[in-house]
Every structure is written in C-alpha cells, then in structure tokens.
Design a protein. Sequence first.
Lengths: 285, 372
Amino acid sequence: MEHTSLLERILRGIALTLVVIFFMFPILWIFMMSFQTNETILRIPPQLIFEPTLANYTALITGKLMTAAGTLDIAFMRNLWNSVFLSVTSVAVSLLLGVPAAYAFARHKFRGSEDIAFTLLSFKFAPALLVLLPLTLYFQKLGLANTYIGLIWVYQLICLPLILWIVRGYFEDIPADIEYAYRIGGHSWFATFRKIALPLAGPGIAAAGLLAFIFAWNNFVFALVLASADKQPVTVGALAFITSSGIQYGQISAAIVLSITPTLALALYAQRYLVEGLSLGAVKG
Amino acid sequence: MASLELRNVVKRYKSQTVLDNLSLTVADGETLVLFGPSGAGKTVLLRLVAGVIDPDEGKILIGGEDMTDVDAEFRGVGMAFQNFALFPHMSAFDNIATPLAAKRSSQSAIKSGVESVAKLLKIAHVLSHKPRALSNGQKQRTALARALVGSPPLLLLDDPLRNVDAKLRFEMRLELPRLLADRGATVVYVTQDYKEAMALGDRIAVMSQGVIRQLGTPEQIYREPANIEIARLFGDPTINLLDVKPARDARGIYVGLSNVQIHLPDAPETAIGRDCIIGLRPEALHFVGDNEPGAIPVTVEAETPLNEKIVTLVRTVRGREILVSRPAGAPGRDEGKAHIAVDGKSALLFDHASGERIGAKNIVKLRNGEAA
C-alpha cells in the first residue's frame, strides 16, 4: 500500500465505485420503486425525481391492495411471519441436530462416518424440483403437506448439510490436545463437548447458523409446492402481486425491501463473526 | 503414589505400527525420560497411558491396577502437552483450576490450590490473564501448573520445554527436578533434548520406531550406548566415529589411527579382525606434547570457544576430521601442527555392519551382577 501513486489511487477509486454501483444498483432501484406508484414506475423514460408515497407500505401492512379492478386482500404480513417462523425454527432444529452430529463426525471416525457425512451433503446436489414431486406425494399421504412441521422438515434439506459441514470444519480445527487436556483433568466427554468444543467453535456455529438462516429465508421452490396461502413465506407470497390487472411493481418493491431487511440487518450485525468465522480457524495457539 | 507398567503394548495406525510390543515398568516415585527422535512413538505412548487413545493390544497398569479400559477422566493422571493445550477461552486461573473443579472441590479449596501451585511456578501475577495474553514461558508454566494442581500420583510431561526459549529452558531444567522430587510423583517425561534427558531422568528409555532401544541410567546410556545411533544422540559435541579394524599384539587388542597403535584394554576378543567403528568422545581426547607415546599428529583446522569449553576441529594425516573438546583454560593448540592422545579405556567399539556396540551385552550383565 505504501508505494501507491496518485494515479493508482484514483483508478482504484473508480474501479471500486463501478463495482459498488454494479452490485448496489438493483437494490437502490428497488428501494426507490417502493416509494413510487405504479404509474410513475412505468413512465417512459424513467425519472429519478418523483413524489415519494408510502401507499405501497400501507397497503402491505394493512393487507388491502388497491388495484384498478378493486380492492384485493393480501397476506403479506402473514407471509412475513411465516418466513420468520419457518426460518428460525428450521435453523434451530438444524443446530440442535447438526452441531452434535458435526462433533461426532469431526472427532470420532466410526465405520461409515465419511459415507454418512457425504450422503448428507449430497442432499444439496439434487435439483430441488427433482425431489419435490415424490416428496409432495409422500407428504400428502402422511398428512404433512401444508403444515409447518412438514415445511420445517423439508427445510432441513437446506440447513442441515450446511451447518453440519461448516461446523464440522470448526470442530476439526480445535486441536485435539485441548480436549484431551480437559478429559485428563477429570471431565466427561459430554462436559468436554459443552465446556470446550462448543465455546471454541462458537463463531463458526454462529456463522453457519446465519448462513443457514439466509438460505432458508430465501427458499422459494419447496414452499411454493408444499405450502398453501396461509403457510407461505414472503418469497412465495410476492407472487400475489402479479394480479389480473397488472403487476404491482410498487408493492413488490416494498415487499422486497421489507423482506430483505431482517436478513440484511442480521448479516450486517453478524458481519464480523461471519467473516472471522468463515475465514479463520476458531483457535490458533 | 503409583507405579506404571506397560505390558506388550501395540498401537497401529492403519498399516503402520507405531508402538511395537512395548513393555516398560516405571517404579513408584521414579522419573523416567522417554528420549528419541520425532516419530519414535513417545507421544503416542504418553497418550495411551493418559487414556485418550486406546492400545490395539496389551495392558496398561497404573498403581498395579489394570487401567486399559478405563476412561481418561478416571485415571487420575496429570499431563502437560508440548503445545501447552491451554483452553483459550478461559483465564489462566480457570485453566489451572479445571482438574480441581472436576473433583467438585469447594471454591475456597480451588482458590488456595491454584494459588499455591501458581506461586510455586511464579505465575501468581498473571492468573487473571487469558492464554493469548501470556508469554510462551508463562503459557508453559500455566500448562505445568494445570498438570500439577491436583497432585496426581502419575505425571506425564510431553516435551513441556520444547516451545520455550533457550534461557527459560535452562532455568526450568534446573527447577524441574526439585519440583518433581518434592511432589514425590511418578513421572514420565518425553524429550528430544539429550541434556534435558540427562538432567531429569532417574532412568532414560531411548526409543526409535516404536521400540525401546536402550533403557538405563543417564550414566549407562552415555558410557555404554547400545549402538552408534544412541552414541551419536547423546553428547555435545557429537562423538567421533572412525572406521577401524582391531588387531592383537603382545600388549593386547589395539586399533591403528594414523599409524599409531591405540590399545583398548576393555575391548572383547570378538572384535579382532572385524570391520568396526571406533567411537571417541571429544572430551576423551587431549592435546599432548610431541614426544608423548601414542600421540597422534594432527593439524588444527578450526576452534570454537564455548565459554566453559573449547571445541577444536583437527585433521589427521590421513585426512579424517576429529573433534576435540577441552575445558576452558586447559592446555591446547589453536593453530598449526599438534598432537592428540586417545584414552583407550573410554573408547567405544561398534560393529560396522549392524551399528551395535561390541560387547554391549557383556557389560550390561556385569553391571547387573555388580548391583546384585
């Protein structure tokens, strides 16, 4: 860094600005659209100066969508709640199952352990649509279709492999000697897991949980096929804005802004842990 | 108080045998040093005793009790690790306190226990620090304190001085024997440093490739090494090794070095006419005057003064290089031509092909006979 010339710094600044604009533009545009009516959005050429309106947000929050064809009920707030509930519960279940499993895979090489771990990972390989048809048929037979339990179960396909494989890496990074030292000190393996392994893998577990939360939140296909209106998350609920009287761009934008806010806030808050957790081994020295 | 006994212990990783049918007994209160190059199986042996890994075959007895299938937390041993293995998320105090906490000791008992051992190891002032805020020496003392705090009857120390600087290592080498003796514990101490082994061990077990090559007192290992490898590992500067073929004349068995006959009064008859390697400790060689009988003419090549001793590299007329060590102040030459004399009594003879010391078994037997 010490030998950068003025020109170099200017070029770097320009390059960085371009990258930021490229990536941030859609979000910025959506943010602006959410404060406009459909008429101003669809005006050609598009205009940067407009009179902001909160109509889109009020429509979403009150659940009454005014269209040219009349008033339409939308369940956006319900969808938002579904998203929160499904994502939080799925991640919680995944952590409960995945973290001990990850520890077992990291520390105990039992017969077939690699195969089991890989099978769990392979859930991520199959295209979701391929899995969905048989899954839907089974779920209808079992009475799990359109239930929270069924959805949370299917969401494990998304969260569990992710948490298992990331957290496993963290447990493997903890020097075995540290755990041996605790065992030799007179503690059971379970106490060692709780008092040594869990705290030391903490940042990794938090990072994996956060990633799993974002993946669960963004899921679309599973929820589209397996859930009806009252169980749908926002990703699917946004489809309701494509109405018979046209696409409600303003409301879609407002819905997007509202639905990315929780994940964005969470990611920003946990950014430090996420980067730290994903880039560097949990313990060194 | 606890003795330790290993019976025919075998440990394999995949197809590799790390410990090969190893048996060993450590008496109650004894300090046994496991010495050997890395990969010899020393650390594996300690971990087997601690119970964090299981042997494939054989038995491990602590205090006469079969502990082979007992979990690590019930064996009641203390262990210090080469890389310290401190708990990074706990303060030094909590680190040291873990063995006491496991015994459900009262808060006050834990506090006094930790503080007394911390005082002993001179780390009382850093007890509130996290490991990352400790210097290497303090980390090492914290790890040692954690091993000592529960007063375990059996202490396993895995090269605890490996990762500390030379000055501290020297200090600890002086401190440790008293510390260990005061505890009265049985100690198994792993090291790769021969000086540490000599300073700390009541007995030394020299290991390589999963087998104990020689077991004896530091004196025995130094004076009567079982083979060339062990002779080379113990001693600084390293032992001089020269190819010779012993012969016999009226005065007994001798070898020829630079056309000078050196008589070896202790050499066995079996050495005569065999291809041998003679081992001469640098401190068994002396500079002498030209007309001394048995003096070997040499040229001085280089000299390294090491405060307490001076090491000189000399070359014989046949071009072989020899190290001579003498205490500082002893007469010697620092350049040009010189003569050295060899003390035939302290010379060691090794078989050229096998590397085993010739007559090794005889001497061990004799010693045992003397002791009995």
